[in-house]
Design a protein around this ligand. Structure first.
Ligand SMILES: CC(C)(COP(=O)(O)OP(=O)(O)OC[C@H]1O[C@@H](n2cnc3c(N)ncnc32)[C@H](O)[C@@H]1OP(=O)(O)O)[C@@H](O)C(=O)NCCC(=O)NCCS
Length: 178
């Protein structure tokens, strides 16, 4: 499966949600049943990287995708050195709600590309809608290790799933906007 150049907004007429498989049932189910509905409801925005060729259904396979949504944090969830510079009301952040790569494309650098594209997208959004950080709830230890490799740090107030954050200042520096 060969991926195209550009992430585009999920379109169920063009993109084959049913064939998406990243080996994580929760993420497969999200793509197959919820991603499109959540976009229609205005509670999450999903971008996909389509395959170059259409499959037998006439649609393009989804090689990778990510979903972002607005969220907020309590300042006390952040390390003290950061918290003391922030207001006492909820701190706006971006939630990287989902990120996954099709099994046929895993291990070829696409996870890294998808994360970079998600951060680049959020950096553009942040230029018109400020947010302190991007946060991610890790589905499992493997996902946690993946994000820690790219500089994400653990939040103090994590409950259940490990929640990590990366300040938008750091993200913007990656794209020379800092
Ligand atoms: C996690 C996932 C996105 C990684 O995608 P991928 O295309 O296989 O990853 P890449 O090939 O881009 O790897 C990029 C780097 O991360 C490393 N890496 C990949 N998966 C990793 C993991 N689970 N833990 C730690 N490091 C990992 C790679 O070794 C590589 O390192 P390098 O740059 O030093 O060579 C993919 O395996 C996936 O979709 N998994 C199922 C869904 C999931 O768990 N998503 C996280 C949502 S919370």
């Amino acid at each position: 499966m060969n991926w195209s150049d550009t992430f585009v907004q999920l379109n169920k007429q063009l993109h084959d949600r049913a064939s998406f498989n990243c080996c994580e049932p929760e993420l497969n189910s999200y793509m197959q049943k919820h991603a499109s509905r959540q976009m229609s409801a205005g509670v999450g925005h999903t971008l996909v990287l389509p395959s170059i060729e259409a499959n037998s259904s006439g649609k393009k396979d989804i090689c990778a995708f990510f979903t972002v949504a607005p969220s907020s944090l309590r300042r006390n969830d952040l390390p003290l050195r950061i918290a003391k510079k922030l207001p006492h009301y909820p701190v706006p952040v971006f939630l990287l709600a989902q990120l996954a790569v099709h099994t046929e494309c895993q291990g070829r650098g696409l996870g890294k590309i998808t994360l970079i594209r998600a951060l680049e997208h959020l950096s553009r959004v942040q230029s018109v809608l400020p947010a302190y950080a991007v946060i991610v709830d890790c589905l499992n230890d493997s996902a946690e290790h993946f994000y820690l490799r790219f500089g994400f740090q653990e939040l103090i107030g994590s409950t259940g799933r490990t929640r990590l954050f990366l300040p938008m200042n750091t993200v913007n520096q990656l794209f020379n906007k800092g």
